[in-house]
Design a protein around this ligand. Structure first.
Ligand code: SIN
Ligand code: FE2
Length: 207
């Protein structure tokens, strides 16, 4: 485990190959019930380069007119999001030790050329709980900064099976994905093959 900045902890290889395969199976089932969709930037309406879906009571999304927000239902099917798999609830308990379960699990699917600009996770009403992120598939160059956009940042690699927990003084730190690294060595586990190059799960408390 490495502390990136105070409050942000990187657990390389937290999930072994068998656990990654089990998690991929769970996420493939989520995608079957709640198909991947494209969120759009507030105001400009430009599409994000990742495709996403959610599980849990609330799911994160964005569109041109109403911007970033949590919704209980899928924007295209109108169905409630599927529940968060037990495996993820257990990992949340183990890594965050937070007394309440996560309310949202955002599933982001990156193709080879997808990225995510530097941003804060601040659409939640409660910043007490940490954020838990898990990665599958291709490595990415991840960037982590401070609570101000202008703060200095550090870059590091997030690989398949890695966990990242950021809370407390790091809860509102800027972060993003510079680029996906060649996925040749670490394709997505079989149940997710063909969906993209990399999958990231972000678990959060919202209310
Ligand atoms: C995010 O911050 O929403 C995604 C992070 C990641 O893909 O690792
Ligand atoms: Fe984020």
């Amino acid at each position: 485990m490495a502390e990136i900045v105070p409050g942000a902890f990187h657990f390389p290889g937290f999930l072994d190959a068998a656990a990654q395969e089990r998690l991929a199976q769970e996420i493939a089932a989520v995608i079957e019930q709640a198909p991947l969709f494209v969120s759009r930037m507030p105001k400009s309406g430009l599409p994000m380069s990742v495709r996403m879906t959610n599980c849990g009571p609330l799911g994160w999304m964005s569109d041109r007119d109403r911007g970033y927000r949590y919704e209980p239902r899928h924007p295209e099917t109108g169905a409630l999001w599927p529940p968060i798999p037990k495996m993820l609830l257990d990992i949340w308990d183990e890594l965050t030790r937070y007394p309440k379960p996560p309310e949202a699990c955002l599933v982001n699917v990156y193709s080879n050329d997808a990225k995510m600009g530097l941003h804060q996770d601040r659409d939640e009403a409660d910043f007490e709980a940490p954020i838990l992120s898990l990665s599958l598939g291709a490595d990415c160059r991840f960037r982590f900064g401070g609570p101000k956009r202008s703060d200095k940042t550090v870059g590091f690699t997030l690989s398949s099976g890695d966990a990242l927990v950021f809370g407390g003084p790091a809860r509102l730190c800027f972060h993003g994905v510079d680029r996906i690294l060649p996925p040749i060595l670490t394709p997505l586990p079989a149940p997710l093959a063909g969906q993209g190059a990399r999958v990231n799960l972000t678990l959060r408390r919202v209310t």
